[in-house]
Ligand binder design. Structure first.
Ligand code: TMP
Length: 238
């Protein structure tokens, strides 16, 4: 069993996670909180043991992706709420992949939630709290220096690969992968998948009942929030 590297200073605190330096400049410790926010933190709350679920689920998904040859920042899980990761220079573009119309796509385009898309669509959002993460064209990221054209090509192809792998894995477990958000960063010149993959960042629907098993239960006050997170973890661990 490898030893746990000591946590040094906290250098970043986001809405759901804290990042700590380690003695190795290439490695960081990511701590998962139970704090939940929605609508750019206009709605706040806690989801009991969310941090534990998100840490464990991210470990399982990053492990699965690594086995398919995809490069991620995940090194190993340290304990219930912490994982060791490679330090990334985060690209300020959130990448969303959608298989089914839901959420902001339904709202923006006046479509009903639940319509299946005939091919997955990749969308990009500029990571900016003051601007509420606006939808952008990929060209904006190039024009304003957030990512190069080559990096965006890599990001798009990695995002579609993640979609293929996760969609098949979840389908076998009776879950529809509706959509999800990814973040990427640079590490020694390479683009790695970063952040987390969990019910905060994905929409998961039960295939049979179409019950929502993700953060929409919190966003929309649907109840059974903790139960949904635990249920998703059980399905993924099976
Ligand atoms: P959206 O439909 O609200 O644009 O969300 C698309 C996907 O991205 C959904 O699976 C939830 C995830 N997401 C985040 O991870 N963080 C965010 O801040 C938002 C708005 C969405």
């Amino acid at each position: 069993m490898e030893s746990t590297p000591p946590k040094l200073e906290m250098f970043y605190e986001g809405k759901a996670k804290k990042l700590y330096a380690t003695a190795d400049p290439d490695l960081v410790i990511c701590y998962f909180k139970d704090d939940a926010t929605a609508f750019n933190a206009k709605k706040r709350g806690t989801i009991e043991d969310k941090g534990v679920v998100n840490n464990r689920m991210s470990e399982l998904f990053f492990g699965l992706l690594t086995r398919t040859g995809l490069k991620t920042h995940f090194v190993r899980r340290l304990n219930d709420r912490e994982m060791l990761c490679k330090r990334l220079q985060i690209i300020p573009v959130e990448t969303v992949v959608r298989n089914i119309v839901a959420g902001s796509m339904a709202k923006r385009l006046g479509l009903e939630e639940g319509r299946e898309l005939s091919f997955p669509v990749v969308e990009y959002y500029y990571k900016s709290d003051p601007l509420d993460d606006p939808l952008i064209y990929p060209e904006h990221a190039i024009l304003f220096g957030w990512a190069t054209a080559a990096e965006l090509e890599t990001i798009r192809s990695l995002a579609l690969k993640v979609n293929e792998v996760l969609r098949r894995f979840l389908d076998e477990r009776g879950i529809i992968l509706v959509d999800f958000k990814l973040e990427f960063g640079r590490h020694h010149g390479e683009i790695l998948l970063g952040d987390e993959i969990c019910p905060d960042t994905c929409r998961f629907w039960d295939k049979a009942s179409r019950k929502k098993l993700d953060k929409d239960r919190f966003r929309r006050d649907l109840g059974d929030v903790e139960e949904a997170y635990q249920e998703m973890l059980r399905r993924v661990e099976d």
